[in-house]
Design a protein around this ligand. Structure first.
Ligand code: URA
Length: 267
């Protein structure tokens, strides 16, 4: 199973491949990095010793291990700005399509499952229009904890900050590496910021294939944006991104599906 050192090396490699050349780290992280550097200078490698337990082999084992780690994920929890219930992911470990959202909200935290609130119900309907069930795809979030709003929380939600995103990033990257889906749909600007490191708008990112860890990735509007903006053009834009994903996956597309939202023909 990957050690913290291996996860850190993978995350730093990903950030450097993305063109990042600097990273803000706190005193604890500096101390740990210095220890690793000294160990590397002594010729000790990041690989576990020969007698260590075998790393998990199957995708299920890898995800179970990650989920276990995520529950007490110190980089996120020690910020003190995220709530403590970890919401991991749902769906098939063998999914070819992975959908990545922002962070759990009120209902997701309550049920400990991503996308089960109003935005989630819309996402489930979009998937059904594609001919897919939730259990056939993999649904996750870039941030695994509901961002805290202190005393005013109630049922309100807020997007995660950059610091909160960075703290959770190793988890979603490890999920992507474990599953290796055929394509990823990034739901909204926050997920795109996490996976692509860009602050560009969804409007400027969507409609093209991008890449995360060598996997084709498409950015589209978050379902909660569609709930606020029920125009035909917004719905068609999301649907075109889903059609592109279906094509990428080699799924059949009926003439009826092709034409959803070109007129008032809703699924
Ligand atoms: N919005 C998200 O981005 N993720 C969820 O899990 C729920 C709502």
């Amino acid at each position: 199973m990957p050690t913290l050192r291996q996860l850190a090396v993978e995350t730093l490699t990903h950030l450097s491949e993305r063109g990042e050349s600097t990273l803000a780290v706190d005193a604890d992280a500096r101390r740990i990095l210095r220890e690793w550097l000294l160990a590397a200078r002594r010729g000790e490698t990041a690989a576990p010793p020969a007698a260590a337990p075998q790393p998990p082999q199957s995708v299920e084992e890898k995800l179970a291990y990650l989920q276990q780690r995520a529950v007490r994920w110190k980089p996120a929890l020690r910020l003190g700005t995220l709530r403590e219930t970890m919401v991991f992911a749902t769906g098939s470990p063998h999914a070819r399509l992975m959908l990545v959202g922002e962070a759990p909200g009120y209902e997701e935290e309550l049920r400990q499952e991503p996308f089960v609130g109003p935005a989630g119900r819309l996402l489930t309907r979009i998937l059904a229009a594609m001919g897919l069930q939730r259990s056939e795809v993999y649904i996750s979030n870039v941030c695994k904890f509901r961002p805290s709003m202190g005393a005013q929380q109630g049922t309100a939600n807020r997007p995660p900050t950059e610091e909160e995103l960075a703290a959770c990033l190793p988890l979603i990257l490890a999920e992507i590496r474990a599953i290796r889906p055929a394509c990823i749909i990034c739901l909204g600007a926050t997920a795109a910021k996490g996976l692509l490191g860009t602050t560009a708008t969804v409007g400027s990112l969507r409609g093209q294939w991008l890449e995360c860890q060598g996997i084709p990735l498409r950015v589209t509007y978050h379902p909660s944006y569609l709930l606020r903006n029920e125009t035909l053009s917004a719905r068609r834009a999301v649907w075109e991104d889903m059609l592109a994903a279906m094509q990428q996956l080699g799924m059949p597309i009926s003439p009826r599906q092709q034409n959803y939202f070109t007129t008032s023909s809703a699924p």
